[in-house]
Each structure stands twice: as structure tokens, then as C-alpha cells.
Write a new protein. Sequence first.
Length: 123
Amino acid sequence: MEFEFIRNTLMGEYYVKSSMGHEIVGRWLQEEIGKDWHKIDRVDQLLDKARREPQHEHILEGKEITLNVQGDEVIVQENVLAHGAELDSDSEFDFYDSESTASCGLEDFELMIEQWKEFLTTK
């Protein structure tokens, strides 16, 4: 999973560009977590708990995107996919679905969070 953090110093905004197939992870970080240190702390707590209890599912549901950690796998998914109706696998929405869910390893995800925190504190 590759990503790039971008800061617009004039507007005070932060952006995340992710590799193809992981766009939803960048959107989750940018839109659901952003610069909110309270939310970042909640993510850290969830990841710590997931490390201690890998046999359980650990979920942080956001307004539009949910983080799910179980074992050493992290899944980031649009809430509408988890609650929506099943679509045919050959439907025209397949491409959209591929941008609406992504998975990665726990270590890669933790590295991204650590680098995001470092990016936010660097001037």
C-alpha cells in the first residue's frame, strides 16, 4: 500500500493520495479521521486492542466509512456496502465497489497511521 500526504498551507487542509485499490483508505483517513487528535487516539486504541485480542473483530464505524480489524487484516469499507443490497457480481457497479472497499495488513496500516501523525506535527 502506497500513499502520499499533501498539505495545502494556504487553506490549512490535508489530503491523502493512495495507490490504486486503496483509495478508500486514503478517503477514510482524510474524511473520517483528518486532523482530529481525539479520533486518531481512538484509532490507536482500537489497533492496540486488536493486537491484544486478535481473535475478535474490532470496528470503528464512521459517518460514511468503517474500519474493521480482525487478526492481522484491516478492511476499510463504505458503510453503504455493508448495509446495502447485494449486487450481481457482473454488474456495472463492480468498478465502483473496487474503490469502496480495500484491505491491507495490520502492520502496513499501523505504519500509515504513524506516518500520518508525524506528518500532522511537522511544520
